[in-house]
Ligand binder design. Structure first.
Ligand SMILES: O=C(O)[C@H](O)COP(=O)(O)O
Length: 303
């Protein structure tokens, strides 16, 4: 099979965020990118460009992000570096996006669809807490079970508490506001569409919410429009979910998969039947090192 026979998904976990850099569980907290995160996004663009030039592939003409700002910023940097011109962000709650795409297509801009279905896993009451502290509280086995097992799930968040900045909250050294954005303000479209947003999630639940968007939007659009590629910026858990679905990773094996920040992963699907062909990182050495660092988060000061 040649490169031209496959549909390519360029999949990226957002660059380093302000809370990643502080070893804090982030989940649906809307942390921004650090300078390092932005430079990872620029580097990713170079890798995608090189790969596309070498293999004579048109650069992606459509993008997908979550509703969290760290994926939006990563996509902005990426498309700017790829010199793909202006793009049009569309918040969607639909899984069938063909009509929206038709309207945008007529305006000749690269569409970037933003969906809560690509959000990071909701990390429940662990959100905003430092990883070493949670590890100490729960112990290694439970900590890793909740972080990586397919069914592992943190306790629910108390949204009433989370929305309010507590007076004695120590905060992070960057002065970042730890609280999840008020859903009534940020997730207006989702509220209107009666989407049931989570208060904590397992990876299994992320797979369930992401699968319809992957099949009915991303892959359906690719099929109908004979696309060569697309670019998706997600999070550790949404990228693991994409791999789980597309590659068919087992419930047991998915616990050993860790996703590095800001290194493009290419998944190739056969264009005739959209079945998985192969996957590879565009910078495999750094991907390996960084994935191990992600796995070890929390352990540094406690081992
Ligand atoms: O939400 C977070 O804190 C991270 O993006 C994912 O954290 P994890 O690697 O501990 O699952």
């Amino acid at each position: 099979m040649t490169v031209g026979d496959t549909f390519k998904l360029f999949i990226l976990r957002h660059g380093q965020s302000e809370l990643n850099s502080e070893n804090i569980f982030c989940g649906w907290i809307d942390a921004k990118l650090t300078e390092k995160g932005k430079s990872q996004a620029r580097h990713s663009a170079k890798l995608i460009k090189q790969y596309s030039d070498t293999n004579n592939i048109t650069l992606p003409q459509i993008g997908y992000t979550s509703r969290l700002v760290r994926t939006e910023q990563t996509m902005d940097v990426l498309l700017e570096e790829l010199e793909l011109g202006h793009h049009n962000r569309i918040i969607t709650t639909d899984t069938d996006i063909s009509e929206e795409l038709h309207d945008i297509g007529l305006r000749g801009q690269i569409p970037v669809f933003q969906t809560w279905r690509l959000n990071e896993r909701h990390y429940g009451s662990w959100q905003g807490q430092r990883k070493p502290k949670v590890l100490k509280e729960y112990g290694k086995e439970k900590y890793m079970y909740i972080r990586r097992d397919y069914d592992g799930k943190p306790p629910k968040v108390d949204l009433n508490l989370e929305m309010v900045q507590e007076e004695n909250d120590q905060g992070s050294s960057t002065g970042y506001d730890f609280k999840e954005p008020n859903r009534r303000l940020k997730y207006v479209s989702e509220e209107i569409a009666n989407e049931l947003l989570p208060e904590s999630e397992s990876l299994c639940e992320v797979v369930t919410r992401l699968r319809p968007f992957l099949n009915d939007a991303i892959l359906s659009i690719a099929r109908k429009n004979h696309q060569e590629s697309c670019v998706i910026v997600g999070h550790g858990s949404s990228v693991r979910s994409l791999l789980k679905i597309l590659e068919g990773v087992s419930d047991k094996d998915i616990k050993d998969v860790d996703i590095p920040n800001g290194i493009p992963l290419v998944i190739e699907l056969d264009r005739r039947n959209f079945k998985f062909v192969r996957k590879f990182y565009l910078d495999p050495e750094s991907a390996k090192v960084n994935a191990q660092m992600v796995r070890d988060e929390g352990f540094e000061k406690n081992s």
